[in-house]
Design a protein around this ligand. Structure first.
Ligand SMILES: Cc1cc2nc3c(=O)[nH]c(=O)nc-3n(C[C@H](O)[C@H](O)[C@H](O)COP(=O)(O)OP(=O)(O)OC[C@H]3O[C@@H](n4cnc5c(N)ncnc54)[C@H](O)[C@@H]3O)c2cc1C
Length: 369
């Protein structure tokens, strides 16, 4: 029986769903082909990245053990990929002890995703980029409130109870709402007046959620106001120094904490993997996710530039788009290995869900509505 080793590199939303789809596609053919399916990720557990604001605000954990997610028979290897030897079809990686190792593959799916953009170190504050930075953010605002409860200086108390979120994409909106809720709850618990909590959201654009309809922008803003979040449009946070946040309208705001949520960029590890990249450093693939000029390698999710061949529209960096790509990839791989016709990508994004704190629920919107 033919034996095939397929490595899925990266266990984010794209990688996890790709594992399931590939496993299912080949399961039906297990009498003809033995599939050795391996998931490699540098982390010891899957991180539910869309909920990154939760450990920053409420402290809720967002990791899920790999064994809860992997189909039976799939092997997990913890390692950080460093290089692809295209000629020998080997994936080089560093294990958790820093040892250099390699794994041979017949098929490789690159799903190393994206990273949050970081603010410059002289801008002060914290970027919300991973679970460690989320934890640091929570430690900071909790310490601020503790200090506020002790001080008799009303201006200083006001500053310590004020936080700013710089960057008003979906992550910024969700972080501001969740943070306002968590800071108010903690204030109440330690004897501060929750009404004194202020959260300011700085939006460089003219309205929130520019990719959706105007009425949804207004709805989000109304809900944020009810949560205690003040939105500043066409106003950029510049830098925080000595407890003052300087903003592009030339004003400054006394703050105890600034959180930067500046959007996503493709994972910079792609530069080391000798794959063809676009000018925005995403992997170039065809309409069935095959990497250009690299037989046996596929790429999906935030790290890939995926274009609908009919509409010419490129997918964005969202899990709403990554998941259907992953589901289709199972059939693509199966077709490529059995001589069938591989399906082609189709852009599916029709709606967004934006979380606005535990007590306000979500705003759901249909695109183009
Ligand atoms: C705070 C935040 C909020 C978001 N909210 C939403 C939302 O509400 N709705 C929505 O649709 N999308 C949202 N997104 C976007 C969504 O999270 C991404 O589109 C989605 O996670 C992409 O999945 P992915 O698998 O391509 O990449 P990632 O989720 O980035 O996964 C990549 C995986 O690869 C691993 N990896 C990276 N480098 C290596 C390496 N060298 N070796 C081995 N493993 C490696 C990582 O550990 C990770 O597990 C949000 C993103 C953030 C950051």
């Amino acid at each position: 029986m033919e034996q095939v080793t397929c490595i899925v590199l990266g266990g984010g939303f794209a990688g996890i769903h790709a594992m399931k789809a590939i496993h299912q596609a080949f399961h039906e053919q297990k009498d003809r082909m033995e599939l050795n399916l391996i998931l490699m990720d540098k982390l010891e557990a899957h991180v539910r990245k869309v909920l990154l604001f939760q450990p920053a605000a409420s402290g809720e954990p967002i990791t899920v053990p790999w064994k809860q997610l992997l189909p039976e028979g799939v092997r997990f290897v913890q390692g950080a990929a460093t290089h692809i030897d295209h000629e020998r079809k080997q994936l080089h990686y560093q294990d958790q002890n820093g040892n250099e190792k390699k794994l041979p593959f017949d098929k490789l799916v690159v799903a190393v995703g994206s990273m949050a953009e970081k603010h410059a170190s002289d801008q002060g504050g914290f970027s919300l980029i991973d679970t460690d930075s989320a934890r640091d953010i929570r430690i900071k605002w909790m310490a601020n409130l503790e200090q506020a409860a002790k001080t008799s200086n009303s201006l200083e108390k006001r500053r310590l109870m004020c936080a700013a979120v710089a960057g008003a994409g979906i992550t910024g909106v969700e972080t501001a709402a969740e943070l306002a809720h968590a800071m108010k709850a903690e204030s109440l618990r330690i004897g501060l007046d929750p009404h004194d909590v202020q959260v300011h959201l700085f939006n460089a654009k003219a309205r929130l959620f520019q990719e959706g309809p105007v009425k949804v922008s207004h709805k989000i803003e109304r809900t944020l106001a009810a949560c205690g979040v003040t939105v500043h449009h066409q106003c950029k946070a510049l830098y925080e120094k000595d407890g003052l946040l300087n903003v592009s309208s030339r004003k400054s705001l006394p703050v105890g904490l600034t959180i930067w949520t500046l959007g996503l960029k493709p994972n910079p590890i792609l530069l080391q993997l000798s794959l063809p990249l676009t000018k925005d450093e995403q992997v170039k693939v065809d309409a069935s996710y095959r990497v250009n000029g690299r037989p046996n390698i596929y790429s999906i999710g935030d790290c890939a530039h995926i274009v609908d061949p009919i509409t010419g529209i490129a997918d964005g960096m969202t899990c709403k788009e990554a998941i259907p790509q992953a589901q289709r990839l199972g059939s693509v791989l199966y077709a490529d290995m059995t001589g069938g016709t591989a399906p082609q990508h189709k852009n599916v994004i029709t709606s967004f869900t934006i979380g606005l704190g535990p007590d306000r629920g979500n705003v759901d919107t249909q695109m183009g509505a």
